[in-house]
Ligand binder design. Structure first.
Ligand SMILES: [Zn+2]
Length: 678
């Protein structure tokens, strides 16, 4: 089950939800710590700190053939991948004494790996879906079919899910959202530059090829692919771009079911809601009313036969990973090679490890944390979070631009933030999910059904604070404004972080600033609109809000001036929250480090002071390479800036960096017009 984090969840980095890839030959126990021999001493740190700290790593670590990017986080992911691989191999080969979860993860993985069974089954596993679609009699019957496909996790026409009520955050309500696009974002359908036009042409060719693999005549498939493109372009017209989706005011429209029905009378919502398996409800969040209104027009504008083509495409697209090699390869050609610049498909075992994580993450995760994450990891992380929260409190109290009333509110909000470290207290119960050895696609379908149902069951219930949005193996961290919690899973906390050789200065600049980044998200342009209860409510005085916006404008302009690839600049507004979080996170991590030292400067290591090592700790997190194709894609999709800007722009805003590296005033790493929000 992929792509269920729709909006508002703010991570420390972006993970494309397109087919993942990985590196072919690698060191299983990657140590992601920084060491002094990584420094490129031919570069002046005041000139280009990123090149000084990462240059050597970048030269030694080109993007592997089966990936579109490679960074230090990927090394961490790789470490986790080998651990999970061992867990799955053991569970797959063990005999009858297996626990219920071992049976599920072992048989899921074994089925995924059984290529000959997948080839032998061919497209047979799709027959029931394709047969149902062929048998639809009228457009009136579309809602019934959408129910079936949504229950299997196939993204068609629109999205339906549960989510927090922005204005009553302790309650979970139903929500209808945009959806049903095959390309990664609505902008892909409209951008008029040459590269985008070429991508659209290749996308249509890809859709046609997938139809021919289903056995259709190539000429007919080409015509049908064009129809699919027309329908998706029609739907995309009503959809928001990524920048708009970061604005909570624009994605919250609570209405009654009747009001929703009035937006699109051609679609029978009663049939849909009754069939999809959600508890009864009378009102919901219509995330983008314009999308639903527009959807009505697109439904009317196309014939039933057109809609059948569109649905068939999404069925085969959604199932591609578990179909025979011809489908997998064609899917790779477009979504990885053309879109992201990846050269090779990653080995099957790695793909199957990824799918097992996606579909049975808690069952794998329970074993994973037993092997990798002890009480020591949790304690050390909690101590660091405590120090960072204290620093943020002091930072807020000392802000020169904020008035006393807003400060008092901000401190209440800080107090309300909760921390989830390592792994959830309660694991998901998979007892109702049936995993059958030898049925790869069926297993994936049933896992999707299980996850869809689990999410819909939340509707009408209070928020379950113990439910994690992703697995403990995940190498990432996040903040969610309506739940006002940070989540820091075991995957991003490797033993090197808390073993007794760990360097505090490096740790504060690395994982400390990452956690500080998440805390700051509570106070970025988006998070600052939610109050201490997690509700969308303005708690600012008008004067302080104005000063806040002047300061965030500085960040917006600074990052918006950076070139991402060719002549394409970063979107300063899309990346504003993340850039604010990077700058704030570094500041409070630095403050927390100093207070931990309590006036006792630690001894230099390799001739580097603790302050210098702190900044190297930050740079080390973001050393990365990426293909130009991915860099281009990220400008549209990714709210984070590229590693180079995350490092250089952030340090250039900090006088502490200037002092640590003794930079003379006019130097590239000294921003004369330094931006500071928090
Ligand atoms: Zn973030």
């Amino acid at each position: 089950m992929r792509n269920f984090l729709k909006y508002l969840t703010v991570f420390v980095m972006f993970v494309p939800v397109l087919p993942a890839q990985d590196k072919p030959s690698e060191d299983k126990s990657s140590d992601v710590r920084f060491s002094a021999d990584m420094l490129d001493k031919s570069v002046d740190p005041c000139n280009d700190f990123y090149a000084y700290a990462c240059g050597k790593w970048i030269a030694k670590n080109p993007v592997p053939a089966d990936r579109s990017s490679w960074g230090r986080f990927n090394e961490l992911q790789q470490r986790g991948e080998y651990i999970v691989h061992d867990i799955l191999e053991k569970a797959a080969s063990a005999g009858p004494g297996r626990s219920a979860n071992e049976q599920k993860i072992g048989d899921y993985y074994a089925s995924c790996m059984d290529e000959s069974a997948v080839e032998k089954a061919g497209i047979k596993p799709l027959e029931s879906d394709l047969g149902r679609i062929a048998a639809i009699h009228s457009k009136q019957d579309l809602p019934k079919e959408i129910v079936q496909l949504h229950r299997e996790g196939t993204d068609v026409l629109f999205g339906f899910d549960s989510g927090s009520d922005f204005k009553n955050a302790s309650q979970i309500i139903a929500e209808v959202d945009q959806g049903g696009l095959g390309l990664p974002d609505r902008d892909y359908y409209f951008k008029d530059d040459e590269k985008s036009a070429e991508l659209r042409k290749k996308y249509v060719e890809h859709v046609a090829k997938m139809f021919t693999l289903l056995g259709e005549d190539p000429a007919k498939a080409a015509v049908e692919a064009k129809v699919v493109m027309e329908i998706e372009t029609g739907l995309a017209k009503g959809a928001f771009d990524q920048t708009t989706r970061r604005d909570p005011q624009k994605i919250y429209h609570k209405m009654t079911n009747k009001e929703l029905a009035a937006l699109s009378p051609a679609f029978d919502w009663n049939v849909y809601f009754e069939g999809v398996g959600a508890p009864r409800f009378d009102s919901l969040n219509v995330v983008e009313p314009e999308f639903i209104k527009n959807m009505q027009q697109v439904i009317s504008a196309h014939s039933l036969d057109d809609w059948k083509m569109y649905l068939r495409w999404h069925v085969v697209h959604n199932s591609a990973a578990m179909l025979p090699a011809a489908f997998v390869n064609e899917n790779f050609e477009f979504f990885s090679k053309t879109l992201q610049g990846t050269k090779e498909l990653r080995p099957r075992w790695k793909r199957c490890v990824g799918y097992s994580d996606d579909d049975l993450g808690d069952a794998v995760g329970e074993v994973y944390v037993q092997q990798t994450f002890g009480a020591e990891g949790k304690e050390r992380t909690l101590a660091m979070v405590g120090a960072l929260e204290k620093a943020l409190g002091e930072d807020i109290k000392g802000l020169p631009w904020m008035g006393a009333d807003t400060k008092a509110q901000a401190l209440v909000k800080l107090q309300a933030i909760t921390n989830r470290i390592g792994y959830p207290d309660k694991w998901r119960d998979y007892s109702t999910l049936q995993i059958v050895r030898g049925d790869a696609l069926g297993n994936s379908r049933r896992a999707n059904q299980y996850e869809v149902q689990r999410r819909l069951n939340k509707i009408g219930k209070p928020l379950d604070k113990g439910d994690w949005p992703y697995t403990p193996m995940t190498v990432n961290a996040s903040y969610y404004p309506t739940q006002k919690n940070i989540t820091c899973p075991a995957g991003i906390l490797p033993p090197q972080f808390y073993d007794n050789r760990a360097d505090d200065a490096m740790n504060f600049g690395g994982i400390g600033a990452v956690i500080g980044h998440e805390l700051t998200h509570g106070f970025d342009d988006e998070g600052s609109q939610f109050d201490a209860a997690g509700n969308l409510r303005d708690w600012w005085t008008a004067e302080d809000k104005k000063k806040f916006e002047e300061r965030t404008d500085c960040i917006k302009d600074q990052y918006g001036s950076f070139v991402a690839v060719d002549d394409l600049k970063l979107n300063g507004k899309l990346t504003l929250g993340e850039n604010t979080a990077d700058n704030g996170g570094m500041r409070i991590a630095y403050m927390a480090m100093l207070s931990t030292f309590a006036g006792k400067e630690p001894a230099p290591v390799d001739g580097l002071s603790a302050e210098q090592r702190f900044f190297l700790g930050w740079a080390n997190v973001w050393c990365q390479n990426r293909t130009d194709a991915l860099a281009r894609m990220m400008v549209t999709l990714d709210p984070h800036s590229p590693g180079k800007n995350r490092v250089n722009a952030t340090v250039s805003n900090m006088p502490e960096f200037r002092e640590a590296y003794h930079c003379a005033a006019p130097a590239p790493m000294v921003n004369q017009n330094a931006c500071r929000v928090w």
